[in-house]
Design a protein around this ligand. Structure first.
Ligand code: SF4
Ligand code: SF4
Length: 343
């Protein structure tokens, strides 16, 4: 594991050397919101709180063509599904927040099980090197430290950068990250003073997140006990089932697959979906196992804080990014819901 120093005055050369190797994306402002995009590295931001949408679309686009087919019956391949041929190019993404990187790891374990691996997710994951940027200024709605994560958490990242004012400390965390650092220009080995400054920044950021969301009672309570708890009768009342919380969430991953045909050219496409939609669980028979708001709201929280932990060795399906708290139009706050579940 190497720990290197990059002076901010050498940042442009560093980005230039990365861009010579692969496509480079970073945090940029677009209409007052922050997002990851390919751009002139000179406009990449270092001081931002987080992106408006989570970066899950880097690996799980909102709409993605999976397969193609033709409906032309004179073609011997009519109605045979073929690989779309869309293959990801190597790329590096600078500025990923530790909570969002941890969310990629949560989704790695969902998009892969003993029998099946989602190639569309993993092809992009493998082609991408993630350079994280620790959070010097967590938001008031961040609660990553309550969900096995933190403002300088390293899981899911290839390199972690710490902003030390006039320089960045870059820590290689994986083989991919080390390879990237070995090729990058303008780096020198970190000295003791820089390492101490980075450790101090990590502690200060962790201490700045004062909110606590205890979950110690949840593992010991049965699914049925939590499922039938009285608080669900109240939580759902104000929910509009707008789905905002699910679309911005870095760990929400529901999708729907449909065929789109224009003349004889067909695409099999997968699009984000939401468990907040009544249609999401509608059966062909007309029966809907989650017919009301209560069932749908309960599903979202039970999935993240009970079902995923049961299936994934205690892994929590939330990384505490706070996006759903900031953006829910009726102020439903995941921290309050989880406190209720725990109580
Ligand atoms: S953002 Fe709020 S109102 Fe919209 S579906 Fe989520 S919890 Fe309900
Ligand atoms: S549930 Fe809310 S706080 Fe948790 S990861 Fe999703 S958007 Fe972030």
């Amino acid at each position: 594991m190497s720990e290197m120093i990059l002076k901010k005055s050498d940042l442009a050369d560093f980005f230039k050397s990365l861009a010579a190797e692969c496509q480079l994306l970073g945090p940029v402002e677009d209409g007052g919101r922050i997002k990851f995009a390919p751009a002139d590295p000179g406009v990449f931001l270092l001081d931002f709180q987080n992106t408006f949408m989570s970066p899950k679309n880097l690996f799980f686009p909102q709409s993605e063509r999976l397969l193609t087919f033709t409906t032309d019956s004179s073609d011997e391949k009519a109605f045979i599904l073929e690989d779309s041929g869309d293959k990801p190019a190597p790329r590096a993404v600078f500025g990923i927040r530790p909570c969002d990187a941890k969310a990629f790891q949560v989704l790695d374990r969902i998009f892969r099980n003993d029998q099946y691996e989602d190639p569309y997710w993993f092809q992009k994951r493998e082609a991408t090197t993630l350079i994280g940027l620790g959070c010097n200024r967590p938001c008031p709605t961040c609660f990553c430290t309550s969900v096995n994560c933190g403002p300088f958490h390293e899981e899911g990242l290839d390199v972690l950068a710490t902003d030390l004012g006039d320089q960045l400390l870059l820590k290689g965390l994986t083989e991919k990250g080390e390879a990237l650092l070995s090729k990058a220009k303008g780096l020198k080995k970190a000295d003791k003073k820089a390492l101490e400054a980075a450790a101090g920044q990590k502690t200060a950021s962790e201490e700045a997140i004062t909110v606590k969301v205890p979950q110690d009672q949840i593992p010991g309570r049965s699914v049925l006990d939590l499922f039938e708890a009285e608080h669900w009768e109240r939580v759902h009342e104000s929910c509009l089932n707008c789905g905002t919380c699910t679309f911005v969430c870095p760990t929400c991953h529901c999708f729907d697959i449909q065929d789109e045909v224009c003349r004889c050219d067909g695409d099999r496409v997968r699009n984000w979906d939401s468990c907040m939609s009544w249609l999401f669980t509608m059966h062909g028979s007309g029966h809907n196992p989650r017919p009301g708001k209560k069932e749908r709201v309960r599903q979202r929280f039970m999935h993240k804080f009970k079902y995923i932990p049961i299936k994934r060795d205690g892994e929590i399906g939330c990384v505490g990014c706070g996006r759903c708290i900031n953006l829910c139009p009726v102020n439903i706050d995941v921290r309050d819901v989880v406190r209720n579940m725990n109580a």
